[in-house]
Design a protein around this ligand. Structure first.
Ligand code: MN
Ligand code: MN
Length: 462
């Protein structure tokens, strides 16, 4: 079902399954507002399904074989899930990859200060955001502070119904004559994203009484001191839960659909796989995509390759050559979101090659910018195989580019995995208002995406 309205072709018996899946996805979205929280939740669900920690298996020198289910938690910020297949791993895996970091505003290392009656946290935004979208809306603080002793303190403020929230201020319209004449990039500047976190002075203090009062509250609640901000990873994200969107509840409004709307179904497809697959299955949920897949937990790091080496050693396929072959023989859906056609802004899209909300899972042969630059350009032989698999499984699907030629551009993790010589294509769902505090997806696309991933795991490479 190519480029058809997925609502119209949805079998009545799937309606209930789709709604159930959307509820489970919303739960994941609300539990995982940072990469660390996503990994914690993924580990919980994997263990519930009987997946075993690879690190433990390595430590015990345990042999692994077909049907075994394992996970590897990489620094608490990326995770891989595996189901070992019938065939040797050397013959290739079916891989689903997605990222679990989302655009947000990070707290600086020396953040706490007060100014004319307000206590603030100074910030540095993470990923591509339109800064003006992030002011005057309730924000929560999620993350960790690590004490000198090594103790990790989990912080999560602004989500429970009786929690306080935080916000960035904006200038009142009455005095905005100058601001309103600025370009959108300058209306709110990065250094103006200072988070208001309080205003009540501590009693008996003459200097920095508000800051002192706020620090006392943090010490009471978390046992931390100001210097612990130096070794912290605190992320400011929109406060509150995802919601059904529309009178007909056909969509979901949520923070971080990019890319948890791909990460969750990728994880679920592997966790829910029943029996022993022919080829080994893998889901890799990684960090740092939004800033270029860099760092030790980004897809450019060697953690994926290293983990494969460990896994294959336990499976009795421990040679360097077997590892190279396994990677080159693998097939991958690099799952990331597409720019959904927005009728309010038609000029940046080319309708024949655009992702529409409600038309199913979306394949992007290439992304990139300025003449496909920086893009993985998937092989037509691989795309033909996927067309067969999708149509046989009754999946509603579409193909798209990221907007009109030269309208802008972007990248994903596809090109990084492609360097092993494996066949990779970008595949995800269409999103409206991508990278805004609240993004929009269609429930029917989410469902088609899950069906697509299940069919890919089962049928690809046959
Ligand atoms: Mn993405
Ligand atoms: Mn993104």
């Amino acid at each position: 079902m190519y480029r058809k309205n997925a609502w119209e072709s949805l079998p009545a018996e799937e309606n209930q399954q789709m709604e159930q899946f959307a509820i489970a996805y919303r739960r994941f979205l609300d539990a995982g507002k940072t990469e660390r929280e996503c990994v914690t939740e993924a580990v919980r669900q994997a263990e519930e399904k009987g997946f075993v920690d690879l690190a433990k298996a390595v430590k015990e020198g345990r042999k692994i074989g077909k049907g075994d289910r394992l996970y590897c938690n990489w620094m608490g910020k990326s995770i891989m899930l595996f189901v070992i297949g019938e065939k040797p791993i050397e013959q290739g895996m079916n891989i689903l990859g997605a990222h679990i970091d989302s655009p947000r505003v990070d707290v600086k290392q020396n953040p706490l200060y007060e100014d004319e009656g307000f206590g603030y946290l100074d910030t540095h935004y993470y990923g591509g955001i339109k800064k003006y979208q992030w002011v005057t809306t309730p924000m929560a603080i999620h993350g960790v502070m690590v004490k000198k002793s090594g103790e990790i303190v989990n912080v999560r403020i602004g989500e429970a119904a009786d929690d306080p929230v935080f916000c960035f201020s904006d200038l009142l319209i009455h005095l905005s004559a100058d601001q309103m004449s600025q370009t959108a990039a300058k209306v709110i500047e990065g250094e103006q994203l200072n988070l208001i976190i309080g205003s009540r002075p501590a009693t008996g203090e003459e200097k920095d009484a508000i800051k002192t009062g706020l620090m006392r509250l943090l010490t009471e609640k978390y046992g931390v001191e100001e210097e612990d901000f130096i070794s912290a990873e605190l992320e400011i994200v929109p406060a509150g839960a995802s919601r059904d969107l529309g009178l007909d509840r056909s969509m979901i409004l949520g923070y971080g659909h990019d890319d948890r709307v791909c990460a969750y179904p990728s994880m679920a497809a592997v966790l829910n796989y029943e029996g022993v697959p022919e080829r080994t299955l893998c889901a890799v949920l990684c960090d740092k995509e939004e800033i270029g897949s860099v760092g030790a937990t980004g897809m450019n790091a060697y953690f994926f390759e290293n983990t494969m080496a460990e896994l294959m050693a336990l499976a009795g396929e421990g040679s360097e050559l077997s590892l190279r072959r396994a990677l080159a023989n693998s097939l991958m859906l690099s799952s990331d979101v597409s720019a959904g056609f927005d009728p309010n802004y038609p000029s940046v899209f080319e309708r024949k090659n655009t992702a529409f909300l409600g038309k199913g899972v979306c394949f992007n042969k290439y992304t990139g910018s300025r003449g496909k630059s920086g893009s993985n350009d998937a092989n037509p032989e691989f795309i033909a195989q996927l067309r067969r698999i999708m149509d046989d499984a009754g999946v509603a699907w579409q193909t798209a580019e990221l907007g009109r030629v030269d309208a802008g551009g972007g990248g994903t993790i596809a090109y990084i995995c492609a360097k092993y010589g494996m066949n990779v294509i970008d595949c995800g769902v269409a999103v409206l208002s991508m990278h805004a505090p609240w993004e929009v997806i269609s429930k029917v696309d989410l469902w088609q995406e899950y069906k697509a991933y299940c069919a890919f795991l089962k049928e690809a490479g046959k």
